[in-house]
Design a protein around this ligand. Structure first.
Ligand SMILES: [Zn+2]
Length: 251
């Protein structure tokens, strides 16, 4: 058995093949690559769809929405061209007023909801990016009780995790756990059968990365989570791998 990285963007690395090989030698064997926008989906589809270690998802990420009403025709075409697509993602809401300009919250919500409806129609799980928007994400999810998914790079607190867990959802544990006591406490408390491990590589590095290859950050995150829960790495690997297969039926 190997580790599974449930969320990463190695297509943004200068040498993805080298990074995969090095990570594989270190015990990480499979990767889920969520999509961000149509050009990226097509490039990832061409480059990675025949690699048996990699699974692809496609979705309109809230950072890359066109400034126009939802139009899912390109996404629909990807699902037809790449039926192994395991999920819609990453999709979601990001209301953080950072330096990246983003679509207005109302427009983000319309795109998010259109993609949730599509996920329900295709019986696909979703990979959700939610920043300063959990209340709205949870409110919109009420309209789609059959859609399950993962909130990636979950920050905490546990109380917020509880709202997703009650819906049968999963939480993605990334390197935030190395920096934040709130995140560590949330992931120490929640059921181990609802946790996915991820790097979000190359976006979210630990404060003191042990390697130049960001795919290897998964091992640091796994160590920290296993310690926080007082379980062995072998048990953590068994659970988190089973969780991926449970959520992503086409994995
Ligand atoms: Zn991501």
């Amino acid at each position: 058995m190997t580790w599974i990285d449930a969320h990463c963007h190695p297509d943004a690395l200068s040498d993805p093949d080298g990074a995969f090989s090095e990570a594989q030698a270190a015990g990480i064997g499979q990767w889920i690559l969520p999509g961000t926008e149509p050009q990226q989906w097509r490039a990832a589809g061409q480059r990675f769809s025949s690699d048996s270690r990699i699974r692809l998802a496609f979705g309109h990420h809230p950072w890359f929405l066109p400034n126009s009403e939802p139009d899912l025709s390109a996404l629909q075409a990807m699902l037809s061209d790449y039926p192994p697509c395991i999920a819609l993602g990453e999709i979601g809401l990001d209301f953080h007023q950072g330096k990246t300009p983003k679509a207005a919250p109302e427009l983000q919500e319309r795109w998010f909801e259109a993609q949730l409806a599509m996920a329900a129609e295709h019986r696909l799980p979703v990979i959700v990016h939610a920043v300063k928007a959990h209340d709205r994400v949870l409110a919109l999810l009420k309209h789609y009780p059959d859609v399950r998914g993962v909130v990636h790079a979950f920050l905490g607190p546990y109380q917020q995790a509880r709202a997703y867990l009650d819906k049968g959802w999963y939480l993605g544990c990334g390197s935030l756990i190395l920096k934040s006591a709130k995140t560590r406490e949330a992931f120490a408390q929640m059921p181990v059968d609802r946790i996915l491990l991820e790097t979000d590589a190359p976006d979210m590095r630990p404060m003191q990365p042990q390697h130049t290859n960001p795919l290897l950050d998964l091992l640091q995150t796994a160590d920290c989570l296993a310690q926080a829960r007082s379980i062995s790495l072998a048990i953590l690997m068994a659970h988190t791998s089973a969780n991926v297969r449970q959520l992503f039926q086409k994995f």
